[in-house]
Design a protein around this ligand. Sequence first.
Ligand SMILES: [Zn+2]
Ligand SMILES: [Zn+2]
Length: 349
Amino acid sequence: MALWKQALAKLRGATDPAQPVEAGVETAVLEVEHAEEADARESESAAIDRNALARALQSGIQLSIGDLDPCGAGWRYRGHPVMVFGTEAPELEGEHRQRDFHSLVHLFPCCGALQTEGRSAWAGTDLQRINAEHGQGPFRFCKVCVEAAAGRGADPAAFEFPAHVRSHADSYFADASCYWTPGANSEPLQPPAQASGQGCPQCGCAALDDGWQLHDEDARRLALAEGICVLCAERRVDGCLHLSGEQLLAAARVRYDYLIGQAARAPAPSWKLAQAILPLGWQPLLHSLERVLPPPELFFECAESGQAAVLAWPALRRGVVERIAGGNVADWKLWSRAQIEAELGFTLR
Ligand SMILES: [Zn+2]
Ligand SMILES: [Zn+2]
């Protein structure tokens, strides 16, 4: 079976976007000169110092709520996205309620206790490390915070902080493209590459358009295969790739059009296909919509306007776009991603 056919079949059947599409395809072998290794060791010891705060934040540091810098998606501490836990709440009645509040992990100031600047709390980035290194756990996500981040009905047990940072990276890191993972400082990323003529070794996309492959330098630095598309890269990298929403969607569309162009006919709409094709930042919205709407068409041209809806339900004349551009499209009601997320209970931005 052709590589693109396998890729499309696997994308449609993928149950876990983090699973490799095909084991053993990743063949990046880097020829590293001995001199470079020595350089790398030197710069590694410097990097250990630079990352000291990031490493301490994994299991958490104690501070005052007022030390934190609020942004639309949550809190930052000296530039690091953080969650807050272990908060004292002496105003709550009874030791049981205080202990319960102490064990909650919050993403934003969801209640009065978290808006008191002098209040002592802990800020951290890695829930596993927090639970491994603090005796008073288990620490678990606050339901109010999780629903504000991922919509009504989102499950705190299935929630992951790095995925939240990825979905809200525009807010945590502003417009600067970067790579972030708990335990390290964020590092700048290059814009997606010009067409290299080489296909993505994961999904088989070999489109001739620019702007869908990770820059070679970034691929090497993140130990990813050269030529990898940004969609496969964000699923395979350990941490978060933050490129702009427009860059990721443009790449997703190029890859989708290429894979569909190889097929005899377009695949039937399915939520699994939507999850496999769209950037990871869209996944919480897809999970919410899946509970209320049938599977959407992807990148659907609405009427003759030429405006493509990322998600579309032609029978309902409804669609979702990243941003509403210009006037209305005849007979169609388009939501921007922010509008539909607000309707579904997402309040963090
Ligand atoms: Zn909360
Ligand atoms: Zn790919």
